[in-house]
Ligand binder design. Structure first.
Ligand SMILES: Cc1cc2nc3c(=O)[nH]c(=O)nc-3n(C[C@H](O)[C@H](O)[C@H](O)COP(=O)(O)OP(=O)(O)OC[C@H]3O[C@@H](n4cnc5c(N)ncnc54)[C@H](O)[C@@H]3O)c2cc1C
Length: 82
């Protein structure tokens, strides 16, 4: 058996949350993972986020990665990605 404490200690999952952040109303849609960073982009050019911490969140396998890939292609078309 693996407890949330084990998940935090062994895999650095904050608070042992398997969805990399609660799936609560204040952390969904344009507020996931946090307001201002919900479009899969990061302040580092060429580095994008995906996985459970991003929209649409955990348990929706592959959807966040697909969305991130779409944004990468969009940036590439606009010349924002070298
Ligand atoms: C212990 C545990 C138990 C769980 N049990 C359940 C369960 O019973 N039911 C359930 O619904 N969910 C469960 N989950 C949650 C579920 O695993 C996730 O919600 C799900 O995997 C999210 O899928 P995803 O495709 O969005 O992201 P992920 O499966 O995390 O895939 C993201 C992928 O992107 C890759 N990646 C990340 N950054 C980059 C980068 N910069 N460049 C290239 N690739 C990158 C990663 O290597 C990874 O392969 C569990 C999670 C854990 C940890």
């Amino acid at each position: 058996m693996i407890s949330p404490l084990d998940l935090e200690r062994d895999f650095s999952l904050t608070h042992g949350n398997i969805f990399q952040g609660d799936m609560t109303l204040d952390q969904l849609f344009f507020m996931r993972p946090v307001p201002g960073y919900a479009d899969y982009r990061t302040p580092v050019r060429g580095l994008y986020m995906c996985g459970a911490c991003t929209h649409p969140g955990g348990g929706v396998m592959g959807a966040a990665g697909r969305n991130a890939a779409r944004e990468i292609l969009r940036d590439r078309r606009r010349g924002r990605l070298s």
